[in-house]
Ligand binder design. Sequence first.
Ligand SMILES: [Zn+2]
Length: 326
Amino acid sequence: MALSKIQTTTGTATPAELGRTLVHEHVLVGYPGWELDARAPKFKRADAMLRAVDQMHELQSHGVSTFLDPCPMDLGRDPVFLAELSQKSGMRIICTTGMYFEAEGNTFTFRHLPVEEVTAIYVQEIEQGIGDTGIKAGAIKMATGADTVSDYERKLVIAAARAAKITGVPLISHTQNATCGHAQIDLVTGEGVPACQLLVGHSDGTPDFEYQKSLAERDAYVGFDRFGISLFQPDEVRVANIMKMRAAGHLERVLVSHDSIMCWLGRPLPYAPSFEAMLEMLPDWRSTHIFRKIVPQLRAQGMTEQEIEIILVDNPRRWFSAGLAS
Ligand SMILES: [Zn+2]
């Protein structure tokens, strides 16, 4: 049966309580196998916690009250760390169930499990909790690789959609190079989940506004969720395309975030030799960047305060509400 409330790492919330929400940021991320890399920098939990609390306080000074960390199960997901961080910082933090795409995820067990089993695993993590932590997932991550959806990815996306239909939680996706967004919508709606329960993530990985518009026309949320990652796309293009979404009447399908990472577990291969080097390479890749530099740009291009709140408050609330029992 669909849930009637949003599940956070520390309890539940109503849609109205979410407030300003960042829909795609990470606290901890590590590629599968990071813990086997004896020459990688060690994870210092207490230091990481202190830094994460500071960063949450900085976000709160910009009015953010909810933080969705859609870390897949196979990328170092740590719900206990997130719950402790939520308690220490006062930030509402939501975690996810679901797996990453085949090329960068941990595939062996899940490659062999049938779709029914994967669905049951996702549902269990939402309804009963993750492992024995008692912490429940509040959204489902799904992911596809570049250009084509592999059989493995198709199975996991179908499992994600089925679990979303049962529980009512939203679906948040990874796309690679802003491809396969329509295939994701096809698979999700094919399982009877409305497209408005899906955020097609990383849709800002292309300058192609027609692609972004076409996702919104099918009622999916469109993720402009890599602000600050100039490696993939300049922010000017993201801002320009959000203004085009507004002009085309699709502002209500725009969700913004940075896909920032507070602490990298192991080495951030293949992008940089170290996390520090990556932060130096991408000086705007910080969870406060939208508030410091992007909101002023949107304003300068004519966006009203009310429209900015639609993007930051109303759109996340509507997306989270899409599948809830009323
Ligand atoms: Zn991410």
